[in-house]
Design a protein around this ligand. Structure first.
Ligand SMILES: Cc1cc2nc3c(=O)[nH]c(=O)nc-3n(C[C@H](O)[C@H](O)[C@H](O)COP(=O)(O)O)c2cc1C
Length: 151
């Protein structure tokens, strides 16, 4: 069975809620194995074992979380030759912006030659219930596409 790996830095109740919605949506799709790991706990083998990746991070100081950057710092080279074409999606929790994180992640995954399955989902501003629904939908859409071999 294909595996969807959710790499989520979730330091607050709201970001944990979004992470859990990504997981719940992916699990609801069925047909794929869903794994969730914190970026600081994620190693290159986790990515090598996966068939798709969802990256989830808050935006801090116009950039991805340091934890997600640390994941890329450690795993970029070991993944470089092995994960080209990896389907991925990005979800950002942002207070006012989110674009700096999208640009920074885009530069890195472009180097890895990963393929976005959707535009980045930026959950921006005061926390709203619809963010949870959007994350659930992203997880379900990705897992469905992965399970059916569309991505
Ligand atoms: C030090 C710091 C820097 C931040 N920088 C940004 C930023 O550059 N852009 C942005 O949109 N939000 C920024 N934020 C807001 C965070 O993204 C927001 O607090 C985070 O997503 C958590 O939201 P939550 O409390 O709903 O989980 C920053 C927050 C902190 C504490």
């Amino acid at each position: 069975m294909k595996q969807l790996l959710i790499i989520s830095h979730a330091p607050s109740p709201n970001t944990r809620c979004l992470r859990d919605a990504l997981i719940a949506g992916a699990e609801a799709a069925g047909g794929v194995t869903v794994r969730s790991k914190a970026p600081l706990d994620t190693v290159a083998d986790d990515v090598l074992d996966a068939h798709g990746v969802i990256l989830s991070t808050p935006e801090n100081l116009a950039y991805m979380s340091g934890a997600l950057k640390d994941f890329f710092d450690r795993c970029y080279n070991p993944c470089l030759d092995e994960t080209q074409g990896m389907p991925y999606a990005l979800q950002v929790r942002a207070g006012t912006d989110g674009t700096g994180t999208c640009k920074a992640v885009d530069r890195i995954v472009t180097g890895l030659r990963w393929q976005a399955i959707a535009e980045p989902l930026i959950c921006r501003g005061d926390f709203r219930d619809e963010f949870e629904e959007q994350c659930r939908e992203l997880g379900e859409t990705f897992a469905t596409a992965l399970g059916e071999g569309i991505v």
